[in-house]
Design a protein. Structure first.
Length: 334
């Protein structure tokens, strides 16, 4: 059975919205966090799954968006909307600057350079006390918006709409020439360049778009927590995002949503056992990398085909191998 991508995704978002509105305040808070992590993981999957850039600075971009939005409100007295717009723009610019090492480095070396950047950002959050309030963090004003159903419910619906817009925009980008260019440089930068793909411009767009999604999620995450501190954007957050997209499926937007839902569900099941939770994340990451590198979306594709812009790399490789075997069988028969 073929399942159209956008209707399936928006149906899932609608189901999340219904559960959030009818659930208690804690369920609403958890689902609101999950919606923002969907925005985060969609952006990260564009960079890592589609463009093939092994970067570990996404949690830092998430934190830059939250800090920029919160500090503009606390230090300068801005309202949420202009502060969020400025935070997203600032995060996008910083993320675009990360393209510079990506032009010279790849693979493990790019991962180490972006990890160093993330650690430097964490150091700034903790030690630039005159601006960031240091390791103690600071309180962020809440977003006072209410359409008659409650302030928390209204904020949840706003985040849900933002997630839907990001998913629709990402789907359109991946179906455009940029999506094809992402996959081309993922498979081989040299081959992509020889076919006329501007590798520099494509990498710049991938880093900028991924950072924009992280900054947007961070800008909405700060009012949700009502408090911003460095530990909210540390190494654990980076590992958590990596686990989500690996479990769901690299190179798959549906995989991003599935990974977020599965990990958040596991968090709630194991929230009273902190040690088991960390062990669970490690086992999930190693197990899926070794045993199910295609992620859960590949299992879903056995029963229904989600019409995404591109299949994950491993599935595409399987299709090529199958086509090659069919062609060889035809030659042998003739």
């Amino acid at each position: 059975m073929t399942l159209p991508f956008k209707p399936a995704i928006f149906l899932l978002l609608a189901a999340i919205g219904v559960f959030g509105l009818v659930g208690d305040p804690y369920v609403l808070f958890v689902l609101n966090r999950a919606v923002l992590y969907i925005v985060l993981c969609v952006g990260l999957n564009v960079l890592m799954g589609y463009a093939g850039q092994l970067a570990f600075a996404h949690a830092a971009m998430f934190g830059i968006g939250a800090y920029a939005c919160g500090l503009l409100q606390v230090r300068l007295g801005w309202s949420f909307v202009p502060a969020a717009m400025a935070a997203v723009a600032f995060t996008t610019v910083i993320g675009s600057a990360l393209t510079l090492p990506a032009l010279r480095l790849s693979g493990l070396y790019l991962a180490l350079s972006t990890l160093a950047f993330a650690m430097a950002v964490q150091w700034v959050f903790m030690n630039w006390t005159e601006v960031t309030f240091g390791a103690g963090g600071f309180r962020v004003p809440t977003l006072e918006v209410d359409i008659g159903i409650g302030r928390e419910q209204t904020y949840f619906l706003i985040c849900l709409v933002v997630a839907g817009v990001v998913i629709a925009a990402t789907d359109n980008i991946l179906r455009s020439k940029y999506g094809r260019r992402f996959v081309a440089i993922r498979e081989s930068e040299i081959a992509a360049g020889s076919f006329g793909v501007n590798v520099t411009q494509t990498k710049l767009f991938a880093f900028a778009y991924s950072s924009m999604c992280a900054g947007l999620a961070g800008a909405f995450y700060a009012p949700l927590l009502r408090f911003v501190a460095p530990e909210n954007f540390d190494l654990h957050q980076m590992i958590l995002m990596q686990v989500m997209i690996v479990v769901g499926g690299l190179g798959s937007m549906a995989g991003s949503l599935i990974g977020v839902c599965v990990i958040f569900f596991a968090f709630e099941m194991l929230r009273d056992t902190r040690g088991l939770l960390e062990l669970f994340l490690g086992v999930m990451l190693i197990g899926f990398v070794l045993l199910q590198p295609q992620g859960l979306v590949e299992i879903l594709n056995r029963f229904t085909r989600i019409r995404e812009p591109f299949l994950p790399r491993t599935l595409a490789a399987r299709e090529r191998e199958r086509a090659k075997r069919v062609q060889e069988a035809r030659h042998a028969a003739s």
